[in-house]
Write a protein that binds this ligand. Sequence first.
Ligand SMILES: [Zn+2]
Length: 91
Amino acid sequence: MAESRQSRADGIARTPETMRGVNEMIWETLARGDRHAVVAFFCECESPGCYQPVWLTLETYEQSRRDPAWTALADIHRPARPAAEPAEAHT
Ligand SMILES: [Zn+2]
């Protein structure tokens, strides 16, 4: 017997995982079309109330998704990570 998935009848909680699932569905649905078309995916941040669009081409989404650590994030929810801290000059 196939294992039954959890009932989603009471509504889907917005978690990064659900948003990722939604994005996967969007991509799968549209992947047959123009791969250079810009599509609004959903922000996959931790905020339960966030429905910010993340504009990506299907091609960019597909390439980014190859990195398991990648998440689609709206610009305003991307963690500000200093790429390279400038060497501090203590004099
Ligand atoms: Zn967000």
